[in-house]
Design a protein around this ligand. Structure first.
Ligand code: NAP
Length: 335
């Protein structure tokens, strides 16, 4: 399924599907059954992420020159869940690469819950910290709500605060969970048309499925959200022209559950026999017109988008304190 990143290399039906052009519809408006089977175009996140990081680096340098110090992101890690630790470490590395100061606040899993909320409260009050990322999942003893009560929404760069969620639901500007934004942004930046298309999202978590569905709606897709109680998941996914899967269940969506010519975004990250795999069976690439690889699809873009949020937060906070601002034009992510 490799080597098809150039749309001109695709069979006509697949290219039409990926580019949002009108392939002849099948029954119920689904993409045409029996469309030529071909290797799907791979929607890779890394090149898009590299371009975004370069923009962020320019922006961070300009902010540093204007404000006298680099913008800072504080990462709060509670406990030592390995997947969370790796993710947060990668975020901090990305910060270093683009000239953002990354600060790690590491707390033991058995810390008193008040100490976590207090740490977030202190960071919220610290003018040198522009954004706060709280590693999830938190240990079961730590109530997320109590932590969120102390999180300044202006620093909520991963969109976990209820105010951020409300702004998204209302279609207003605010911070969106970076993974959900990456799942939709990889489509937008790959030139895939969303307006008027049938989109299905598998997963309804507050950090991925639900916000991804709202972002698709904002872009005028017709959206269905599926979850563990969906009666006939395959029937729903087969109707999708755009399919985003974020369930955390390896192989949940088989190739036979994907409509020919559909565009598939696989958000899942699962470790199976020491390999990282998504939620979508790899053979779906023989049916879809375009698909994100796992790893290498949504993941890299997620981290880059998080950095754009940090710069946006830093600019907004500097502006509200009457400090001089560099131009942010290069960083605008289309709404
Ligand atoms: P989550 O909170 O566990 O939510 C999973 C969702 O999938 C739930 O809504 C659940 O439905 C649904 N689901 C589970 N089994 C299902 C089934 N058999 N049929 C239909 N729906 C089913 O997980 P998450 O935090 O949203 O993460 C989802 C995946 O994305 C995970 O693999 C995670 O590792 C990955 N992830 C990737 C990135 C990235 O940067 N690429 C970032 C974050 C997460 P119910 O609501 O009914 O339980």
């Amino acid at each position: 399924m490799d080597g098809a990143a150039d749309p001109s290399a695709m069979a006509d039906g697949a290219a039409a599907g990926a580019a949002g052009m009108s392939a002849p519809p099948g029954p119920g408006g689904a993409p045409a059954p029996g469309a030529a089977r071909t290797a799907a175009r791979l929607l890779r996140g890394a090149p898009l992420a590299a371009a975004i990081r370069a923009e962020v680096a320019r922006e961070a340098e300009a902010l540093c020159a204007a404000l006298g110090s680099p913008p800072a992101l504080a990462v709060v890690r509670v406990g030592d869940d390995p997947a969370t630790a790796v993710y947060l470490q990668r975020v901090l590395e990305n910060c270093r690469q683009v000239g953002i100061e990354g600060r790690l606040v590491a707390l033991d899993a058995d810390v008193h819950p008040d100490r976590v909320a207090d740490a977030v409260g202190r960071l919220s009050a610290d003018e040198r910290v522009a954004g706060i990322l709280v590693g999830q999942p938190l240990p079961p003893t730590i109530a997320l709500d109590a932590v969120l009560r102390r999180l300044d929404p202006a620093k909520d760069i991963d969109g976990i605060h209820p105010l951020s969620a409300g702004m998204l639901a209302l279609g207003r500007d605010g911070f969106v969970p970076a993974t959900a934004e990456a799942a939709v942004e990889i489509l937008v930046r790959s030139g895939i048309e969303l307006a008027g298309r049938r989109a299905v999202v598998v997963g309804r978590s507050n950090v991925v499925g639900k916000p991804a569905a709202l972002l698709l709606l904002r872009r005028h897709a017709t959206v269905t959200i599926c979850h563990s109680r969906t009666a006939d998941l395959a029937a729903e996914t087969r109707r999708a022209e755009i399919l985003i899967v974020a369930a955390g269940r390896p192989g949940l969506v088989g190739a036979d559950m994907v409509a020919p010519g559909a565009v598939v975004v696989d958000v899942g990250i699962n470790v199976v026999d020491g390999r990282i795999v998504g939620d979508v069976d790899e053979r779906a690439a023989e049916v879809a017109s375009a698909i994100t690889p796992v790893p290498g699809g949504v993941g890299p873009l997620t981290n880059a988008i998080l950095l754009t949020h940090l710069v946006r937060a830093a600019c907004a906070q500097a502006g509200s304190r009457g400090l001089p601002l560099p131009s942010r034009a290069a960083l605008e992510v289309p709404a």
